[in-house]
Design a protein around this ligand. Structure first.
Ligand SMILES: [Zn+2]
Length: 165
């Protein structure tokens, strides 16, 4: 069992273990890159992929599921934020704070960078399923004080490192 992350002509399949590592390193990076409402919604999407909270095999999402915003400036800026977050994660940002060493995730992050880089944000479906991408009212600018990591979902006050790891 694992999780699938399609986008455009790409598709990335991750084991449940690699998915957890991806969520960890992306939340560390997003805690530094995110400062806009859309950014908190994106961080909320990553937090929704925390299998410790939502169950194994439920983490996957498609780039088409994200509400990228209007074509032009918003969508371009939002795509740039995702690429910046992936790049910061790939630079091993705060990996010294993990209680394991995740070098294998570097290849996964490079594949995500290629997938997002190639993605046409105007190809997103017009009838977005809002259960797959948090709306503005579902996210909050909040960090876990203990881990200094975003806890962006209104419904989940803990960060991904709080939940018993
Ligand atoms: Zn925490």
């Amino acid at each position: 069992m694992g999780n699938t992350f399609p986008g455009g002509a790409h598709e990335i399949s991750l084991s449940n273990g690699n998915t957890s590592v991806f969520v960890d390193v992306m939340m560390l990076a997003a805690s530094a890159t995110v400062s806009t409402e859309w950014g908190y919604r994106f961080a909320g999407r990553i937090a929704l992929s925390d299998q410790n909270v939502f169950g194994l095999g439920t983490a996957g999402f498609a780039l088409e599921d994200l509400d990228w915003g209007q074509p032009g400036e918003n969508a371009a800026a939002n795509k740039r934020l995702v690429l910046d977050t992936l790049a910061l994660a790939a630079s091993r940002y705060r990996w010294d704070e993990l209680d394991y060493f995740p070098p294998l995730i570097e290849d996964v992050l490079r594949r995500f960078q290629a997938m997002v880089g190639d993605f046409d944000t105007t190809s997103a479906a017009p009838d977005l399923d809002d259960s797959l991408f948090p709306g503005p009212e579902e996210v909050v600018a909040r960090s876990c004080l203990r881990h200094r990591v975003l806890a962006p979902l209104v419904a989940i006050p803990d960060c991904v490192f709080c939940d018993g790891r």
